[in-house]
Design a protein around this ligand. Structure first.
Ligand code: HPA
Length: 269
């Protein structure tokens, strides 16, 4: 099985490094990986079963080491459902994190904002999600553990730790509900109006299947969106991937400070 091969191969090179926290970096947020000390790097190409991270802004590497004293495994680049039509495309990387010893998964992404006060360049901690795609990464999973409880999927204790980190670092941290649209086309203004009525605060094309998989594998989850744009129909700017990449860098420093402070104080029982 690819998972056994991958984990065995990685363990043979890890020299005792046992990551506690897995981190998936979203579009334009890859520079956080520069903070990892004592780096051990694997390219997705050398890991059986890992996807290629083909979207511009995703490097396709996993970097293990330490950030602020906490052992981490940073995935620089994710695969999206819209690339392959496979909702479980991130299953093996997430299972690998679990097998290597991770107890927590931190997800980051670029997102559009549905809230006027959460402007491009700001950061939002996710409290919950709406799966608007009708697909699920656990389709076909035979074990009864597929009936995953999604209440408190975004761990309240980790959320508290992030709010504390934001206070210490003097960063305004919004909270909100993320809605997953499958993409790759952006949403229509009518879809965004509908999403608002449904209770969404941010919109994006990733993260939700990864949260479901992480909970399936028993990982604690926290997720942060970098707001790169106002959602469709909420501003007169055209939506584009280039804009996402450019604006992600506006909040990258805040995200970096937030993750660093969180990892400095990280504890989970
Ligand atoms: N919609 C979907 N995905 C996104 C957006 C958006 O407005 N911005 C960044 N990723």
């Amino acid at each position: 099985m690819a998972i056994n091969k991958t984990v065995e191969f990685m363990r043979s090179k890890l020299e005792g490094c046992k990551p506690k926290v897995g981190i998936i970096l979203g579009s334009g947020l890859g520079q956080f990986a520069d903070n990892v000390e004592d780096q051990i790097i694997f390219s997705y190409d050398e890991l059986p079963g890992f996807p290629d991270a083909s979207v511009k802004g995703h490097a396709g590497r996993i970097i293990l080491g330490k950030v602020q004293g906490t052992e981490v495994a940073v995935l620089q680049g994710r695969a999206h459902y819209y690339e392959s039509g496979k909702p479980d495309i991130m299953r093996l990387p997430i299972e690998t994190l679990k097998e290597l010893g991770c107890e927590t998964l931190l997800l980051t992404n670029a997102a559009g904002s549905l809230r006027l006060e959460a402007k491009p360049g700001s950061v939002m901690l996710l409290t919950d999600h709406i799966n608007f795609t009708g697909v699920n990464p656990l389709f076909g999973e035979p074990e009864t553990s597929r009936f995953v409880d999604m209440v408190n999927a975004y761990d309240p204790d980790l959320r508290h730790q992030f709010h504390q980190a934001a206070i210490t670092q003097n960063i305004k941290l919004h909270s909100g509900v993320y809605i997953w649209f499958c993409g790759p086309s952006f949403e229509t203004p009518a879809e965004i109006r509908a999403a608002k009525i449904l209770g969404a605060d941010a919109v994006g094309m990733s993260t939700v299947p990864e949260v479901i998989l992480a909970r399936f594998f028993g990982l604690n989850v926290a997720a942060i969106s970098i707001i790169t744009n106002m959602a469709a129909g909420m501003s007169d700017k055209d939506l584009s991937h280039e804009q996402t990449m450019e604006n992600a860098s506006m909040a990258a420093n805040d995200l970096q400070a937030l993750l660093g402070e969180f990892l400095l104080n990280y504890k989970k029982t």
